[in-house]
Design a protein around this ligand. Structure first.
Ligand SMILES: Nc1ncnc2c1ncn2[C@@H]1O[C@H](COP(=O)(O)OP(=O)(O)OP(=O)(O)O)[C@@H](O)[C@H]1O
Ligand SMILES: Cc1ncc(CO)c(N)n1
Length: 240
């Protein structure tokens, strides 16, 4: 698997928080996507931090032009990154509406955490019933599948709910007692996207991603004075 990245913003951050960011001009974001897809192609795609409504609009249009999205052969995962885990914004406020109207209708899968669920739908997830209601409210915005992640919930289990409106699948695992989960959502969405690129369907890709992130959280480590990173390198360590 070969990952390729179109850079959308430069952030000033460490384990303690995000101090600032500067967005990349949207024409440069578009040009990056066109350059790699025209030359190497893509088996699946995902978005992370998109910073502004202008970049979201540019990404949505470009993905349509190059044939990536829910109604194409190339699955598209939207990780609707709105804030860092410290609560620092990674998205300008007016951009939420662009995620709702321009990106979600194109998404094969959207993977919000509970804060992003609340920002996108107004639904506060507190139990299994509100988790279902949140999934339905997100599906009404147009993605094929939604994964409501439970990392920010409390309790001994981390329950992620995957739904397409017909199937309701719970991916449930033990909550590790660690503050070091920096990058957990990003890593999960990337693992799911890699699995989709290898040809898995969405439930199988989420199953594989959930097992992957559980190991990443189990092997997370302190680095800096704040929230340390999850470790996606456990598989390499196993091989060493
Ligand atoms: N303490 C934990 N132990 C085990 N699994 C966890 C823990 N915290 C989060 N997870 C899992 O990690 C994945 C990411 O979920 P989370 O809701 O934390 O996403 P996120 O807030 O977008 O992550 P981040 O902001 O850290 O990138 C989910 O599968 C969730 O269940
Ligand atoms: C660039 C970037 N994307 C996502 C997150 C959320 O983990 C972050 N802190 N920074």
């Amino acid at each position: 698997m070969h990952g390729m990245t179109a850079v959308t913003a430069v952030t000033v951050q460490n384990s303690l928080g995000v101090e600032d960011f500067a967005e990349v001009p949207s024409n440069i974001v578009t040009a990056q996507i066109r350059a790699v897809t025209a030359d190497m192609g893509a088996g699946a795609a995902k978005t992370g931090m998109l910073a502004t409504a202008e970049i979201i609009t540019a990404v949505a249009k470009t993905l349509g032009d190059v044939g990536i999205g829910r109604d194409t052969a190339v699955p598209f995962v939207v990780d609707p990154v709105a804030a860092s885990m410290h609560g620092d914004p990674l998205l300008r406020e007016e951009a939420l509406e662009a995620i709702r109207t321009e990106l979600l209708p194109r998404a094969t899968l959207v993977t919000p955490n509970l804060d992003e669920v609340r920002m996108l739908t107004g639904v506060e997830v507190t139990d299994a019933e509100s988790r279902r209601a949140a999934a339905e409210a997100l599906l009404a915005l147009g993605p094929q599948w939604v994964l409501v992640k439970g990392g920010h919930d409390s309790g001994p289990r981390c329950v992620d709910l995957l739904s397409d409106g017909t199937a309701h699948l719970e991916f449930d695992g033990p909550r590790r007692d660690t503050p070091h989960t920096h990058g957990g959502g990003d890593t999960l969405a990337s693992a799911v996207t890699a699995s989709l690129a290898r040809g898995a369907d969405v439930p199988a890709a989420v199953e594989e991603g959930k097992r992957f992130i559980e190991r990443c959280v189990a092997e997370a480590y302190p680095l800096g004075g704040g929230i340390g990173p999850v470790s996606p390198f456990w598989r390499l360590a196993d091989e060493a």
